[in-house]
Design a protein. Structure first.
Length: 238
């Protein structure tokens, strides 16, 4: 049994490394980073991104994501479902008979927050590093984009024990507190839990990066990311 577990672990490691080396792939999708579609058409045609596309359209952001040289950090449909589940769980804790909150229930004020994922210039791997680069978003605030190695701090596993060169992943970060965190910042260094929540940036890694559409660049965020960084205890705010 121990030998089987080791073999399985090696199999998944090879699979992970393979995916990172082909960072334009989306679950066995295209075999080239180039997609002969606009950014919006790519989203709406992909079964794991089409709900997000629907929300982009509802938000009135179709032209924004299709603008020349724009970079979009796209949420998967699973990220949308996590967002909806958090809201429904909160509402039904207060009222078990509360009606289902759906994608059509999201108000325009919340849809406007999708602008945080739009950056008005190309964000490509070659221009990034672990120190991070700050970009202006369509929400008129800032996001910091990092290219970090798969180290123990970020991934919980010490890949350096058996890998000479660590794969690098693009991270999207939003500032909390007065300044952006350093790439190797460890939240555990802040002892007070409330202060830690206030000061630790919101970060999400990309699951797929470097998709080149006819209008710009798409990086797909990890599926466990709750859309617009919704928190489970955020209250009725949506």
């Amino acid at each position: 049994m121990k030998r089987i577990n080791i073999l399985l672990g090696l199999f998944f490691l090879v699979l992970l490394i393979s995916c990172e080396n082909n960072d334009y792939l989306l679950d066995g999708g295209v075999h080239s980073p180039y997609v002969d579609k606009t950014t919006f058409d790519f989203l709406s045609s992909h079964p794991e991104l089409d709900t997000f596309a629907y929300l982009v359209d509802r938000a009135g952001l179709r032209d924004a994501v299709n603008s020349p040289d724009v970079t979009l950090f796209a949420c998967t449909d699973y990220s949308v479902r996590i967002y909806l589940r958090m809201i429904n769980n909160y509402r039904r804790a207060a009222d078990p008979h509360a009606p289902e909150f759906t994608v059509d229930s999201i108000p325009q004020t919340s849809l406007d927050s999708l602008r945080m994922y739009i950056i008005g210039q190309e964000v490509v791997r070659e221009d990034l590093n672990k120190e991070g680069t700050i970009y202006r978003t369509n929400l008129n605030d800032s996001a910091k984009i990092y290219l970090t190695p798969m180290d123990e701090l970020h991934y919980g596993y010490k890949y350096s024990d058996f890998m000479r060169e660590l794969p690098e992943i693009i991270w999207y970060s939003r500032k909390r507190g007065d300044h952006f965190d350093a790439w190797d910042f460890n939240p555990i260094t802040i002892a007070d839990e409330e202060e830690r929540m206030r000061e630790t940036d919101e970060k999400v890694k990309t699951r797929t990066s470097g998709i080149i559409t006819t209008t710009g660049i798409v990086h797909v965020l990890d599926g466990m990311h709750p859309m617009i960084f919704r928190k489970g205890d955020s209250g009725p705010g949506i």
